[in-house]
Structure formats: structure tokens, C-alpha cells
Design a protein around this ligand. Structure first.
Ligand code: ATP
Length: 302
């Protein structure tokens, strides 16, 4: 009802002696605009002055509505401090992407809650939150336009070519872009770029938008030396002084890429089963240590 009312406002409201009158359902009524604004504010959600980048998953449980008997996350609690680089690892199907889906509010937790800077996510204006989160998925979407335009796509501020190249350098994309026949002016075609290169362009795009939270889902389709270089390089760049400190979540499939993360969260069967630095987890001799050994052996054997 409130939204219907708001839809009517631009053309059907008028003010008389400080009171707002609106015409709806054919009749003219007095409406206290302050009350409407309050209700709309609650429905649409809060915008904070700035987003620091603290993320708390508090006892989050979740199942997809199509499979109510199959819990995907069970009592997951993770507290990420502003500026922290947290890697999420675990076997396929352990719920890593689902965590990100909930953070982007594509789904609501079945139980528990997610807080951003201490505020329940569901009370925040989700458009405002998403504008401050850079998400680079496994198969990022590039458009049939030149590389510069792809990198600055979605950026609302004024962007210079040097800003684009700076972001590409941070994303370890500058060298391969420069070696293309038309450099940054090269038209992106379906089979021009490898999966890893596409992801690097998408990372540059995300960095250019200067998000407070960056989420990177490492491409499984490009589990090669090139993509390892991507994630490692980006993490290194994100730690350097030249960049704003921002919270980074990396869903990693290759454990060697995220050894430098501040914290590694190991998921298993929808639960957090281990959490700590690479060194701590190797010492613990748990699932992470086993997965790490298995991947190192596979690399040595190949
Ligand atoms: P991977 O490493 O393979 O990407 P993951 O750890 O990210 O896996 P999720 O993608 O979060 O795991 O999936 C967790 C579980 O939820 C899996 O059993 C998956 O089949 C199921 N699942 C994921 N998306 C949906 C969906 N849209 N509807 C129903 N079930 C889903």
C-alpha cells in the first residue's frame, strides 16, 4: 500500500498550509508525510554513513526451498573484521557459494542472521549494500565492447584511461592486455580470452569500483598456473599500501593461492570445521592439512 501511495505522489500530491494532501482512489485525503517516510524507510532499509566492511555470520543455517530436507548450512558463525582477507575453502558442495549468496541477499537464512557493520543485513538497503560489494564470480560476464569499456563498465564516477590501467595492473591483467593487437582498445570476442584472463578483467572492474568488500570466487574452469597467479597477485596487491584497505572474501579451490590470507575458514558438510591461518591449520593436522597435502602431491605428480 505504501508503495502504491509513493507511486502516486509525484503527480497527485499537493501541499496546503504545510499539510500534504494526496488524491487516491478518486478522493482527496490528508496524509502525514513524516509517517510515510518512516514506514518506507523501514521497508526499503537503512543506508549507513559509510561501510567499514565488518561481516558477521551469526549461527546461520540454510536450506534451499526446493530441498527442505537437505540442510546446506548449519549453525555457521564467522566474524570478519574490516580489512581482513578471509579465504573460504572446503570440498565441493560444502556450502561456500551459498554463504556468498546469503551475503548478497539472494536468499535469506533459514535461521540465524548476517550482520554488516553490526547491522542486520535484512534491515539495510540492499541496493546500497550491493553497490559497496565487488563480486567476481567464476564465470564473469564480459560484454562485446573493448577492454577499457569492459573494465569501467558500471562505474558511475568519471574514469580516466590511467585509472583503468591502474586497476588492470592491480588485477595482474595489464601485461596480457598490452600484448593484444589493439591493447585496451581490443574488442572482447567470445573466444579471445581464457577463463583466467576474463576473471582478471572482472577483478580490474571490481577494483575500479573501489568496493568496501570484495568477494572473489576463484574460477574452477581455469585451475591452471595462470589463475593461481591471478588470485595470489590480487591478494598481494590488496595488501599493499597503495590500495584502500578493504575486506576480501576469497572462495578458493586451489589451496596454494590463499596461504597468505589472514584467516582460512574450512567448510565441511555445511559447517565450519576449522578456522585459522595456513600455519595453524597445517599444524592442526585436520581436513585442511590433508587437502593441502593431497593438492601438493597432485602438483608434484603431474
Ligand atoms: P563448489 O565448490 O562445487 O562450488 P560449494 O561449496 O560452493 O561447492 P554450494 O554451491 O554452496 O557449495 O552448494 C551447497 C549445496 O547446495 C550442494 O549440495 C548444492 O547441490 C546445493 N545447491 C546449491 N545451489 C542450489 C540451488 N539453487 N537449489 C538447490 N540446491 C542447491
Amino acid at each position: 500500500k505504501v508503495f502504491q501511495l509513493m507511486d502516486l505522489m509525484p503527480s497527485n500530491q499537493f501541499i496546503s498550509k504545510g499539510k500534504h494532501f494526496m488524491i487516491f482512489n478518486g478522493s482527496c485525503k490528508y496524509v502525514d508525510l513524516r509517517k510515510i517516510i518512516l514506514v518506507v524507510h523501514v521497508l526499503v532499509g537503512k543506508k549507513l554513513q559509510r561501510l567499514m566492511g565488518r561481516i558477521d555470520f551469526v549461527n546461520v543455517s540454510f536450506h534451499y526451498s526446493s530441498r527442505p530436507t537437505a540442510p546446506v548450512l548449519q549453525n555457521v558463525s564467522i566474524a570478519v573484521t574490516p580489512g581482513e582477507v578471509v579465504a573460504i575453502v572446503g570440498l565441493s558442495g560444502s556450502g561456500k557459494s551459498t554463504l556468498v549468496n546469503l551475503l548478497l541477499r539472494l536468499y535469506e537464512p533459514t535461521n540465524g542472521q548476517i550482520l554488516i557493520d553490526g547491522f542486520p543485513l535484512k534491515e539495510l538497503d540492499i541496493k546500497w549494500v550491493r553497490e559497496r560489494i565487488g563480486f567476481v564470480g567464476q564465470e564473469p560476464k564480459l560484454f562485446r565492447m573493448d577492454i577499457s569499456s569492459n573494465i569501467k563498465y558500471g562505474c558511475t564516477r568519471d574514469i580516466k584511461q590511467e585509472d583503468i590501467e591502474w586497476a588492470a595492473k592491480q588485477a595482474y591483467a595489464h601485461d596480457f592486455i598490452s600484448s593484444l593487437p589493439n591493447g585496451y582498445g581490443t574488442l572482447v570476442d567470445d573466444d579471445l580470452l581464457s577463463g583466467g584472463q576474463k576473471q582478471r578483467i572482472a577483478i580490474a572492474r571490481a577494483i575500479l569500483r573501489d568496493p568496501n568488500i570484495l568477494i572473489l570466487d576463484e574460477a574452477t574452469s581455469a585451475l591452471d598456473a595462470e589463475s593461481e597467479h591471478n588470485v595470489k597477485g590480487v591478494l598481494r596487491a590488496l595488501r599493499s599500501d597503495t590500495m584502500t584497505k578493504r575486506t576480501v572474501l576469497v572462495i578458493a579451490h586451489r589451496l596454494s593461492t590463499i596461504q597468505a590470507a589472514d584467516r582460512i575458514v574450512v567448510m565441511g558438510g555445511g559447517r565450519v570445521i576449522e578456522m585459522g591461518s595456513h600455519r595453524d591449520l597445517v599444524r592442526e593436522e585436520g581436513l585442511y592439512a590433508r587437502l593441502n597435502r593431497r593438492q601438493a602431491d597432485a602438483v608434484a605428480g603431474s
